[in-house]
Design a protein around this ligand. Structure first.
Ligand SMILES: [Fe+2]
Length: 440
């Protein structure tokens, strides 16, 4: 066993433990009634997420990698995300909170045992600990989903975190990104998922991109200017949805005289003008962009801004370089329970000076979710491929609720353009050829 393999094993174990601590926090913060209850038809009961995390860990690590006997083959079907919609899950004969906790602990013991003995090479599933990385990311993704459920939960606050770092003069304006090719996606990131592969060259024409995400203050100005009542700014599909859903402001906002309050994890307070707007759908982002005389970036523009190093021509793992995210790089991992003003993480800026591409809010792009040229499904079609097509828009960069194990410059998230229970915001871009070019 090489030292490198041992180091990888230690890192995997630490990531698994960190994920479980977060799951335990999110499921331990509420009582059994709140674990079983469905807080929104968009979300599963928290107790479903909990046992589902264990079920996936059993399937991939205990049974597949470890070749061990099944722990609970009788519940596979209950926790198969493709068998039951979120809305249907509360009616299933789910494990009780106590049973679910026992089950995930039992699976975890076996999975750590498998990790001890696993050869982290050979099969594609085990090379560099891929299956373990996939399961760590899966648990962290469900933790973010559970955090979104907490945001939808009604009742007194149960989660606390310090506010994000304050900023005296927030970052604003835009940067020019010269035209030319860059390497999008990856062949080398060990835990990258199938949809991030393969690396391929993409020629991106010159464009401008904002140094910061759109803020609450800017968004309130759009509302004040009648943005929600003017079909000029909305795409036909966006306007239809705005009408049908009765949208008038981001989710969780409410009027307070001339201003706005927002409710965050059970606490209601005035919006903070300099912080990124969150809980907006794609159609709202698109309408704001049109009103502002700009547009959303394409996915390739977003990734070029986040990864391309003009000095060397190579693509970085993150905007700041190749180092794993630390607390000074980005607002990740629920360390703060809201996005931070631009400028709060100067150590995470890109070479061109674009801030906070990683963390804070998932950023809507204008691109439909699709496979890269040469895409191959792995380890199964349902991971990504079945979602390819015009129904889903790509979001990038992760949010304050995303763990560092589940985000990187190549990571792709996707959702329906009407969704806004997620921690979604956006930043703006424009063509370099558009009229006002150069006045940044
Ligand atoms: Fe899942």
């Amino acid at each position: 066993m090489t030292i490198e393999t041992e180091r990888l094993r230690d890192r995997v174990a630490a990531d698994m433990i960190r994920a479980r601590e977060r799951t335990t926090l999110l499921t331990g913060a509420v009582d059994d009634g709140d674990l079983i209850r469905q807080h929104s038809p968009l979300m599963s009961p928290l107790v479903w997420d909990l046992a589902h995390v264990g079920s996936q860990e059993e399937l991939w690590l205990v049974r597949d990698v470890g070749g061990r006997e099944p722990v609970r083959p009788d519940i596979d079907e209950l926790y198969d995300a493709f068998k039951h919609t979120r809305a249907d899950r509360p009616a299933l004969p789910l494990l009780s909170p106590a049973e679910a906790r026992r089950y995930v602990a039992q699976v975890r013991d076996k999975a750590l045992d498998v990790l001890d003995a696993a050869r982290l090479e050979g099969r594609r599933l085990t090379v560099d600990g891929f299956a373990f990385g996939m399961i760590v990311q899966h648990e962290q993704q469900h933790d973010e989903t559970m955090l979104a459920t907490h945001q939808l939960r009604v009742g007194s606050p149960v989660l606390t975190a310090p506010p994000p770092p304050a900023v005296s003069s927030p970052i604003a304006g835009e940067v020019f990104v010269p035209g030319g090719p860059f390497d999008m996606g990856t062949d080398t990131e060990a835990w990258a998922l199938d949809n991030e592969r393969p690396a391929h060259r993409v020629d991106v024409p010159a464009y401008y991109i904002d140094r910061a995400a759109v803020t609450n203050g800017h968004y309130a100005a759009f509302i004040a200017a009648g943005g929600y009542d003017d079909p000029r700014w909305w795409s036909p599909a966006g306007w239809d949805h705005r009408q049908a859903a009765g949208l008038t402001a981001p989710r969780h906002w409410q009027r307070d005289g001339d201003g706005w309050l927002a409710t965050s994890f059970g606490r209601t307070a005035p919006i903070v003008a300099d912080e990124p707007v969150v809980h907006v759908c794609y159609y709202e982002a698109e309408a704001f962009a049109a009103w502002a005389g700009k547009r959303l970036p394409t996915e390739a523009e977003w990734e070029k801004a986040a990864r391309h190093d003009p000095a060397t021509g190579r693509s970085r793992r993150y905007p700041w370089g190749d180092d794993t995210p630390e607390s000074h790089h980005a607002n990740l991992g629920q360390q703060h329970l809201r996005p931070a003003a631009a400028g709060a993480f100067p150590g995470g800026a890109s070479p061109l000076g674009v801030h906070q591409l990683i963390g804070d809010v998932w950023e809507w792009t204008s691109t439909d979710f699709a496979g890269y040229p040469g895409f191959g499904p792995f380890p199964y079609r349902e991971y990504s491929e079945v979602f390819f097509g015009p129904d889903y828009k790509v979001l990038r960069g992760g949010s304050f609720g995303t763990d560092r194990a589940a985000i990187r410059g190549t990571f792709r998230n996707w959702d329906y353009p009407i969704r806004r229970q997620i921690f979604s915001g956006f930043r703006l871009a424009r063509d370099a050829s558009s009229e006002s070019a150069g006045d940044a």
